[in-house]
Design a protein around this ligand. Structure first.
Ligand code: ADP
Ligand code: ADP
Length: 234
């Protein structure tokens, strides 16, 4: 589903800064339907890797394949379409603060040019899916952190993506809320068979939900494999 081949990413130097080698020799093969974790401390290159997968960044060299397509070969239009098939949720939720829960979820469907009737049905279905039907008309500021992330998840699923990217999705949440969000992600994975990529610095998150994991350090993948193998060395 997602393949990275010999990826190198160098952020060029700007005035007064030296260039940064963010990723070096990164190879990754994430299968359709798996929950894949990418773990590493701050600065390891995790976000850069995620931005390559959803086409927000281009590699300095190497290839990024998503769903059978090499990202750099896509036209603007194809790239826009490919990106609607990649949902993403964020640590700080990135909601629109002046819009209600309902409007936040509807927004990504409006952008995709869906009809009013379609939007109506889909938003209600998504809010039910994430357990927020009764908060449809609340504003994000009236929600708990866990509820905000549920809105983020509903929004990310709006266009029936084949991939869900989770960028430190539980890092701003307390342990109990984290557990409930991870359970929701498990349920969604079970029901939709969607491929999930989670980046995190928390080993407990990887242990609790991921099947395979890549460990990153300083731009390199230093270890990769089944979670049980990687974390349970003798
Ligand atoms: P992580 O998500 O694991 O914290 P990042 O991918 O954000 O790692 O960062 C990897 C390295 O690339 C870091 O040294 C960071 O400072 C650098 N970096 C990230 N984004 C940029 C950017 N837009 N311009 C320059 N350097 C960047
Ligand atoms: P966190 O969970 O990290 O505390 P929040 O969800 O509270 O994050 O906020 C994320 C960002 O949105 C912050 O920069 C915050 O200042 C801003 N923000 C939060 N609530 C509102 C609001 N009602 N209107 C405008 N901005 C807000």
């Amino acid at each position: 589903m997602i393949q990275l081949k010999e990826i190198e990413k160098i952020y060029p130097s700007r005035k007064g800064t030296t260039s940064v080698s963010a990723l070096t020799g990164v190879d990754l093969d994430i299968k359709a339907g798996e929950i894949f974790g990418i773990i590493g401390r701050s600065g390891a290159g995790k976000s850069t890797l995620l931005r390559l997968i959803n086409g927000l960044e281009t590699p300095t060299s190497g290839e990024v394949w998503v769903d059978g397509k090499e990202m750099s070969l896509l036209s603007e239009k194809e790239l826009r379409h490919a990106r609607t098939k990649i949902g993403i949720i964020f640590q700080h939720f990135n909601l629109l603060w002046s819009r209600t829960v309902w409007e936040n979820v509807a927004f990504s469907l409006e952008v995709a040019g869906k009809s009013k009737a379609e939007i109506q049905g889909k938003v209600n279905e998504l809010l039910e899916r994430v357990g927020l039907s009764d908060r449809a008309h609340a504003y994000p500021s009236q929600l708990s952190g866990g509820q905000k992330q549920r809105v983020g998840i509903a929004r990310a699923l709006a266009n029936n993506p084949t991939v869900l990217l989770c960028d430190e999705a539980t890092s701003a949440l307390d342990p109990e809320t984290t557990a409930s969000i991870l359970q929701l992600l498990r349920d969604i994975h079970r029901d939709m068979g969607i491929t999930m990529v989670l980046i995190t610095h928390e080993m407990s998150v990887v242990r609790s939900i991921c099947q395979r994991v890549a460990v990153m350090d300083d731009g390199y993948i230093i270890e990769e494999g089944k979670v049980s193998d990687v974390f349970n060395h003798p």
